[in-house]
Design a protein around this ligand. Sequence first.
Ligand SMILES: Cc1ncc(COP(=O)(O)O)c(C=O)c1O
Length: 377
Amino acid sequence: MDLFDVYPLYDITPVKGEGAYVFDKDGNKYLDLYGGHAVISIGHSHPAYVNALTHQLREIGFYSNSVKNPLQNELAAKLEKVSGINDYSLFLCNSGAEANENALKLASFHTGKDRVVYFEKAFHGRTSGVVAVTDNEAIKSPFNIGHNATKVGFGDAEALEAELEHGDVAGVIFEVVQGVGGLDEATTEFYLKVAELCKSHNAVLIADEVQAGYGRTGDFFAFQKHGIRPDIISIAKGMGNGFPVGGILIDKTIEPKYGMLGTTFGGNHLACAAGIAVLEIIEKEKLIENSKSLFEYVKEKADKIPQIKNLKGRGLMIGLEFDFEVAELRKELLFRHQIFTGAASNKKLLRILPPLNIKKEQFDTFFKALKIALQNY
Ligand SMILES: Cc1ncc(COP(=O)(O)O)c(C=O)c1O
């Protein structure tokens, strides 16, 4: 049976990972500054993570939500401690799109309304509900035409207010730092206004922290920098360091009704063990602090490279903007210098999303290679 083509595939077959490196089947070593779509938060095959998952699998790997699972409580408690936020309840699922699907569904249940507002260049997933609030023509499908979703400009509070005044908006979904869209972030004033507008119009404020969350921006959640309190926060990606786990944090004012949300795999024992291990490592290795301070190091290096026109993002969610499209540059970095980087819908942006425990020397390797690759530009 053939495989359905999913992404443009590089002819590389990783068979092993270690920290910020992956090794292919021929023994070639690659520096991974992308983490397979921003997923690898604590490094590949971190020993404490491997031990935690191996131990859990020996005990019990899976049972569904029809029974009690204290690991879910442990994960929720740890998440509250490491993130510093409280008075939320946790619903566990398996991916970012699924987290956002549940967030939208809950917003609709809670308000009794059926329209959702999203922002220009947003990426919230590919399943048929959330693709309606994703601003990416390449992945929309005719099936989504009927969805009741309205796009407004990112940072345009007036346009948002005009939509909310219709009175039918159940929720507003946003990424504080846009990932796939190209590392844009609006002002604190804007986020405060969005929060205020949602409150006054009885719309649920949904922060999609699937990519920016879990310490990647130098705060545990990207929204924390702006002093807002979302009603729902969606998480996934770095949460499991590659083990599929996602979830939503739900403000306690949104009351669950039995049967509203559910999933077969969500919150299983192995997923919880992965989630707990990641948080323990983030805490123990002070990875949020590392993420924050390394941005300054990257900035220092980037400022010395004239071809870099703009440094975007914060923490270890970084975009290097050039005045040319970067597809060829990325290929050169990958095939000549063995460094994985990421793309964005802004084709002039090179995205850097390394593990949060990456070292300065590994950035030195990257910038040395980048300078060589840029000699042709
Ligand atoms: C901000 C954001 N939300 C949601 C998603 C969808 O997550 P998943 O691919 O796990 O469904 C992504 C994926 O890139 C994302 O970047």
